[in-house]
Design a protein around this ligand. Structure first.
Ligand code: PLP
Length: 368
């Protein structure tokens, strides 16, 4: 073996101490006919709907992308804000990381109310910061008293509110978030609105009053474009300079910008998806509520959380998979003991999920 081969005594560079044991974000790439594990939009959304072969010929790949002015105009009109308050990213995760890099980092704290989206904690750590975890548990009710008391105790540089929340599916009252933003003007209040279209509510209109509040949005849910990778951060002008100084130049590709502008303008499809999600969610919720072996949590989103009363989540997850239905086992997330999460699929996929319930939750002898 040459000198470049494997050598047991060879010294290697080491990462920062807190990242030495860091585990990768786990996704479940298992094969299944019905994939309702990642809160994506389930109907196929092909790129050719938005951009023709001829239009592709007008896209110059040799040049760096522009700033996405069209896209920012369309989105700011849609959300009732100004285009110069919008920062575009390669998925909202990239922008969330930017928040933690700029306002978190070494010696600084992020407060999270669990159970919540696991990336907020991971990105805080990646940026070198420390997570303060407040366990709200299930049902997920973040009250004003609790939020203010936890803030006073933790004194974080960043606090995150995900509303509607993943994985619990319910909302956090605007009053709670705004009371925190008001009482703690030196804390950055990050509001993750990945699922807010489903609830039909947003705090964007309140940003003028609370310059310490930033709001993240994504194309991965109601805009049916998780594969495109587009996220948006809405920032008050008083803080914008810190973000632009730290931004990676040209982070969103020319092709992405072109397609995203079309997607954002397609109000008819958005209205269709909201309607479908509402209708199908009601149907799936009703079917889940009839299963005695589980406790179901109400949802305003495109997914539903449920907790097993007795059984082990990996067993139940595997039984769904035997029916070729892939849901998400989130029982290892903090505060989610015994929990599984299912996204709302197409009507046909939801039929399959609902039909699988009988087999999955039948008495053991009747199962096969
Ligand atoms: C609350 C929340 N925020 C952000 C994201 C990630 O979005 P993106 O695909 O834009 O990175 C997700 C994805 O599931 C999410 O649940």
């Amino acid at each position: 073996m040459s000198g470049y081969g494997w050598m047991s005594d060879r010294k290697l560079p080491r990462p920062r101490a807190e990242l030495a044991q860091f585990q990768p974000y786990r996704t479940q790439m298992l094969k299944a006919d019905v994939r309702i594990n990642a809160n994506e939009w389930p109907e196929p959304n092909v790129a050719g709907r938005y951009i023709t072969a001829e239009e592709l010929n007008g896209v110059l790949l040799n040049r760096y992308p522009g700033r996405g002015d069209d896209l920012r105009e369309i989105l700011s009109a849609r959300w009732g804000t100004k285009s110069d308050r919008l920062i575009l990213g390669n998925g909202s995760n990239e922008l969330l990381l930017q928040v933690f890099l700029v306002f978190g980092g070494h010696g600084r704290k992020t407060l999270l109310f669990h159970p919540t989206y696991s990336m907020h904690g991971r990105l805080t750590q990646l940026a070198g910061g420390t997570v303060v975890e407040e366990m709200v548990g299930l049902p997920y009710e973040v009250t004003k008293e609790r939020a203010l008391a936890t803030m006073a105790k933790a004194r974080p540089e960043i606090v995150v509110f995900t509303t509607p929340n993943n994985p619990t599916g319910g909302e956090i009252d605007a009053d709670v978030i705004l009371a925190v933003a008001e009482r703690f003007p030196e804390t950055l209040v990050l509001v993750d609105e990945a699922y807010s279209d489903f609830a039909g509510k947003s705090l964007v209109s309140r940003m003028d009053e609370f310059p310490n509040m930033v709001i993240s949005k994504t194309f991965s849910k109601v805009l049916a474009a998780a594969g495109l990778r587009v996220g948006v951060l809405i920032v008050h002008p008083d803080l914008m300079g810190y973000f632009t100084a730290a931004a990676l130049p040209y982070n969103v590709s020319t092709l992405t910008l072109a397609v995203a502008a079309r997607i954002a303008r397609d109000e008819e499809s958005i209205a269709h998806r909201l309607e479908l999600a509402k209708r199908e969610r009601a149907r799936v919720l009703e079917a889940l509520r009839r299963v005695p072996a589980i406790e179901v949590f109400p949802s305003v989103t495109n997914f539903i959380l449920f907790r097993l009363r007795n059984e082990k989540p990996p067993d139940v997850h595997a039984r769904f998979l035997e029916q070729s239905v892939l849901i998400r086992d989130i029982s290892i997330w903090p505060g989610c003991d015994g929990c599984l999460r299912a996204s709302i699929g197409t009507p046909a996929e939801n039929d399959r999920f609902i039909a699988a319930l009988d087999t999955v939750f039948a008495a053991p002898a009747a199962r096969r």
